[in-house]
Design a protein around this ligand. Sequence first.
Ligand code: GTP
Length: 593
Amino acid sequence: MAKQSTIRTPIVCVMGHVDHGKTSLLDRIRGSSVVSTEEGAITQHIGATLVPIDAITRMGGALSKVSVNVPGLLFIDTPGHHAFTTLRARGGALADMAIVVVDINEGFRPQTIEALQILRNYKTPFVIAANKIDRIHGWRVQESQPFGKTFAQQNERVQGMLETKVYELVGKLSDLGFNSERFDRVSDFARNICIVPTSALTGEGLPDILMVLIGLAQRYMTENLKVSTDGPGAGTVLEVKEERGLGMTLDVILYDGILKVGDEIVVAGNDQIIETKVRSLLKPRPMKEILIEERFERVKSVTAAAGIKVAAPKLDAVIAGSPLQVIRGGNRDEVIERVRHEVQDIQVNLSDIGVIIRADTIGALEALSKELEGHQIQVMRATVGPVTRHDVIEAGTIKDPLYSAIVAFNTPVLPDAVDTLADVAMSHVSIFEGGVIYQLLDDYIEWREEKKQELERQQFEKLVMPAKIRILPNCIFRQSNPAVVGVRVLGGKLQSGVDLTLPNGRKVGRLKQIQAKNETVQEAEAGKEVAISIEGPTVGRQINVDDDLYVDVPERHVKVIEREMLDHLSPSLREILEEFAALRRREDPFWGK
Ligand SMILES: Nc1nc2c(ncn2[C@@H]2O[C@H](COP(=O)(O)OP(=O)(O)OP(=O)(O)O)[C@@H](O)[C@H]2O)c(=O)[nH]1
């Protein structure tokens, strides 16, 4: 029999900054019609909500004339990027599309940007919900209406205000490299991100956001959404939960094929692969039957895409985010291998030298590493779980001090790791912790910049800087042992403890001390007149009034300065360095090269 294929319901995740309205938007989408039993009504799945295409077209949003064969939209009930990155399918993101909710009055916030970066990395299509339009001063609410209708009812001032705010979002998106436009002015979804003004509170614009998602799926994803309706089921574990009377259960989002009672399945535990057999499949009971004691309704089978609760033996060790695959026919070994591969095969490019990263899930680890990669920050090791003492020690031995860091996303630092960090030998190691990737990255980059400057400063301090001085007339304070003479610094920076030389290369002696106005100083800038003591020469023999002397910068130092510090030198230092090097290169063209 030929394999049947059909277009499955696309899976949608809602993301955005705290309090911008993710939960409210999902609640509003689920709406009151969850209780309705009529054909084509919105139905509650395990961990997800199915909005069928009929329900969407009935709402009458823009684009409702588009012919559609996408059966509807399956919304993951847990909003936020953590859910998005945890839920993986075949190494990528489980969600086919996303809504990024932005409070139109507040604009972009760190987690908005983070959501966009994650979506870009996963190449996931998305739409922007410019939410809370009802908060715009003077807004006249048109309950549940499509945007076009409600916009037409607003006065000119309010319309203008909304336009300004939408354009602010367009500008911000453009800074991040995305072209965008208000959805009703977008003709090509591939080129422009749609911005849909919405209110999760009043339902305004909601019909449009659903329609735009359908449009996106219809035009750009139908190939990806083809599934076999009779093939072996494949899904992702959303949650592992103990249920009264059922024991340990898995909340699963099935994205391909069919899952039946009695199926042999493979899932992943922390460090093991688990094979078991589906005892029962459970759906939430419709709300109106809430009085019936049992909360779940048993079904014989489910077809993708769907959210379903799976009861089976041996589920205690299963991890959230694990793949779930059905064994069918003789493919047991292949399925086990595939699950193992998906869990272990973290898509992170590792380098010999780099930061150590930690996260609570594989998906989060991947998201973090992709962000680091995008900023040319190398990763040496990437593992799931809390930060350990071993991590700190490893970070402490990295040769490049700019990588002596651990970046921990959504995962704790164990007490013995904190103790180890307090050790003086580890004082150069830093740990960056937090729940916002974008913030973590900023913190690390800031630390790295500071460290880089500090290292440069240290290196700079150790280097002998070039200077040129002239011995002044009437300022010979002592002939020799040491010679003490007045000089003018013609250029560069004169420091004590350096060797001096004549332009012809003859050595003069060591500069011991610099005095300015009878005070000992460590250095003197170009233009200054100071007294210096020189160990070695006698005035009138090796040196004379009006002689020009150079600081004898060691060849090794010239090399470092020319190669790495030229940009940091003042024009005067540069000039004298060039002069001095040119004198030396008259004898040996490769001197200091
Ligand atoms: N006026 C108005 N208020 C809204 C709208 N959407 C959300 N709110 C309010 O904004 C607050 C935060 O909304 P939530 O839906 O909890 O936001 P969230 O993004 O899910 O927040 P977290 O779950 O904390 O990340 C709540 O008080 C909502 O009632 C809207 O469109 N208009």
